[in-house]
Structures are given as C-alpha cells and as structure tokens.
Design a protein around this ligand. Structure first.
Ligand code: 2M8
Length: 446
C-alpha cells in the first residue's frame, strides 16, 4: 500500500515506528514472535503472518524466519496448527497442551506441542509479502523452501474440511475463526455449555466463574470473552480431542461446522498468492488443488449473492443471521463484483459500523455490541490491515488510505499498541504491547 501521511508530524510518525519496533523486539521468542508476552506466550498462526508482513520492512530475514518457524509445528497430515507451543513461555497460557492432548489424540502428531485446530490461512499472503521485498535469488530459495509445506496445508484444508467439494472449507472451533466470541460463533457453540457452568451462570455468580479462569490475570475479564463462553470453548476442545481432530468424526459427533466467511475470504486470497508464489518459483500446483481452488472462487461469489456476506452452516448450507466485520473481508478476498464494491464500502464506513475510530467488529446496533469486549465490538488493527488491503485492490484507494491513516492514529493515541480499541472512545483494551498491532502499524507506515 501507499505510505501513510497523516496530519501528525514526521517526529510523531518516527516515534510510532520506534514504539512498534520496540513492541516486536520485546515479544521476540527467538525466531518467532509472541502476540503478547504475558497473555499469549507462544506462536500463533495468523498473528505471526501479520508480524512477518510488518517485520519485512525492517529485517526481511527475521520476517522469513517468523514464517519458517510456523512450519516447524506442521502436522504430518498438512495442518498448520493455530498455536505452536514454546517451552520457554512466561505466564502459563489458559488453553495449554494438556487441554489439547494432541499426542494422545492423533496417530501422527507433530514433533512439537501444538493445538489441534488451525486459524485463518494467511500464510501464503505472508510468504508473498516477505518474498516481494527480497532480492530475486533469495526470494526463489525462500519460496522453494516453504512451498511444499504451504501446498500440503492448502491440500489439507480441502481434503479435510471440504470433503464434499463445496468449495468452502468448514471451521470447527471459534478459535479457528480468529474472532472467538463474535455473535454467530457464540450462537453456534451455546448448546455445548457444561451443565455445572450453566448452573453457576444462571445463579448469577459470574464472579465465581471469573475466579476460575486463567486468562484474566493481565487483561480484566470484562474485556475478554465471557466466562461461560470460555468454559464452553474448553468443552468443545475436549470434544474435538475425543473426535481425534478428524473432520469425519467431528461431523459424526454433531459438533459445529461452519463455513466462516472471514476464514474463506482469507483462503481465496491465499490461493491467489499461492499460485503467484508457485509460478514465481517455476512450479505448478497439483491439479487436484488447482481444481479445488477454482471451486472456491465460484462458491465464494455465491456467498455474496444474498446481500451481506455471512457464515454458512456447513451441514444445511443455510446462512447464519448475525453480521460481523468478517463479512467485509469479501473485499480482501477480491471477490466482490465491481458494481457491488461501492455498496459494501459504503456500509463499512456507514454509521452502523464506523464511528470516529474505524470499523467495529459487530455493528453498533447489534444486541451483543460491547465496545470494550474482545470480538464483540472493538476495532482490531489487524482486521483493518486486511480491509485496507482489500479496498486498495478493489479500486478504493482513497478509503484504503484513510483507513490506514485512521488506524495508525488510533494506535498512536495510546502509549503502547493494544490488542483492540473501543470504537466509541478509541481507548486501547485487551493485551498491551500486542505484536500484530505493532506489525500492521509498521506496514501501514512504510
Ligand atoms: C485470541 O484467541 C486466543 C485463542 O486462540 C485466546 O483468546 O486465548 C484471538 O483474538 C485470536 O484471533 C488471536 O490469534 C489470539 C492470539 O493473539 O488471541
């Protein structure tokens, strides 16, 4: 994208850059970056992709290492797990390797401890963005190094998560969507609440539940996912583990399977980038994968046919009613017909979604809207990166530029980069010193 020129003076932008760099440095775990040293002390899939996209301007080899590190957690079946656990992490992470039980649950576990689910497949995008700032020979070597793993990952997505060949892949856990407690996901898992948790919640003793959780030491519980939902996600994880993290068993067990619009939007773009990377490296993709990728293109276009892009139940094909900011990632997919781009951009920047401080994660008028709670309202700089990138590629350069400027301004209003921001007053919430926020600011400032 084009460099940001905000009203802020040169020194202010220099300070923003220095602060972003310091955040990335302080979260460095040695060849990979923790999203936030205290709350998230391991390596996350899509967070590291954003980190690589920002870091490439500063240290392209370190950015490449960030991506390569992700592949050290790849499962023999091709899945890239959403967390690669790191032994030296600081504060214990609430959903730790014991919850996932991967080594016992799957026949061919990876060499290192990981979670059992994936995350939005942003890796091909990160590979392409890192590669584009490398000298040609180095780029070729980098692409050849990561292509086998990248191809195996995309093949896994289709083989495992779209066995029926619909073109859209199914997501089986809110943690895979990356947008954990957005309303459609909360609704999809609600029935899995453990009876004891429901009893305590219904008695009004939410503080008792909050006392039992482990993710609220750094960030207050009221800014995170609600406690009853958190315990429901643990229950879902246990059921996925019992199903050996295998889609056929997950489906047979009647667990949620959702064609998440954001996840699939990221896949559409990733497929495109994968093709570019392979072509650049002089390789052709396996024919089966190429066919599947074309199906996705068409299926995603159909998703847009009904108006605002929404998730779909993978079993029934029915759309889920709640709108979330994930719908606008259709712009990032590059899948919106030119005559519809203006309408979607108009909605994005209209009063239901955007106030003074950039697009909210759910509309202001949604019953679930909460300006400080996690994926229930806050503005997420990493989502803004995807939106701005999509707008720029959809012929909306002015809006893309404004969104980048607004994002940099929002982040630099606080003394350090936060995980998310209130769309009402612009205050930072969630984890402080959040690496993906710092990284997207670096990319927007370049
Ligand atoms: C959040 O999710 C993790 C589980 O993966 C958590 O709440 O513990 C989400 O915001 C997700 O999108 C993000 O990748 C992760 C790490 O920053 O945190």
């Amino acid at each position: 994208g084009a460099p940001v020129e905000t009203a802020a003076s040169g020194p202010a932008l220099e300070a923003a850059r220095a602060c972003a760099l310091e955040t990335l440095r302080s979260n460095d775990g040695g060849g990979f970056t923790r999203p936030s040293a205290r709350l998230y002390g391991h390596q996350w899939l899509w967070d590291s992709c954003f980190v690589a996209i920002g870091l490439r301007h500063v240290d392209v080899e370190r950015a490449a290492a960030e991506v390569v590190s992700l592949f050290t957690g790849q499962w023999p079946n091709g899945m890239l797990p959403h967390i690669r656990f790191c032994p030296a992490a600081g504060e214990p992470y609430h959903a730790d390797p014991r919850l996932w039980g991967v080594r016992k649950a799957v026949e061919a576990p990876p060499a290192v401890e990981t979670s059992g689910v994936t995350q939005p497949p942003l890796v091909a995008e990160a590979v392409a963005r890192v590669g584009e700032v490398m000298p040609a020979r180095r780029r070729l070597a980098f692409y050849r190094q990561v292509l086998p793993g990248l191809i195996a990952y995309h093949e896994w997505l289709y083989r495992e998560r779209d066995p029926g060949g619909s073109g859209l892949v199914a997501v089986v856990h809110p943690w895979e969507s990356g947008m954990d407690d957005t309303p459609p996901w909360s609704a999809a898992v609600r029935h899995l609440i453990p009876a004891r948790v429901r009893a305590v919640r219904d008695s009004g003793a939410v503080d008792v539940l909050d006392g039992l959780r482990r993710d609220n030491r750094t960030v207050p519980a009221r800014e995170r996912i609600a406690a009853d939902e958190l315990f429901t996600l643990y229950e879902l994880t246990r059921r996925l583990r019992a199903a050996h993290y295998r889609f056929a068993e997950i489906e047979a067990a009647g667990l949620p399977a959702i064609r998440d619009v954001g996840f699939n939007a990221v896949l559409v773009r990733a497929n495109h980038q994968l093709e570019m990377v392979a072509a650049d490296a002089g390789q052709t993709l396996p024919p089966g994968l190429r066919r599947a990728m074309r199906t996705t293109q068409d299926a995603f276009a159909n998703l847009l046919a009904d108006g605002f892009p929404r998730h779909q139940d993978a079993r029934t094909g029915r759309p889920l009613p709640d709108e979330t900011v994930a719908g606008f990632l259709a712009l990032y997919a590059g899948a919106v017909p030119p005559e519809q781009v203006g309408h979607l951009a108009g909605q994005l920047f209209g009063p239901r979604w955007t106030g003074r401080y950039g697009p909210a994660s759910v509309p202001f008028d949604a019953p679930a809207f909460d300006p400080c709670r996690y994926w229930r309202g806050p503005v997420w700089p990493m989502v803004n990166w995807l939106l701005a990138d999509g707008l720029a590629r959809s012929g909306r350069a002015v809006e893309a530029r404004r969104l980048r400027e607004d994002t940099v301004e929002l982040v630099t209003r606080s003394s350090r980069p936060y995980e998310y921001y209130s769309p009402v007053d612009g205050a930072g919430h969630g984890a402080p010193d959040f690496a993906p926020t710092a990284a997207v600011v670096l990319d927007m400032l370049r």
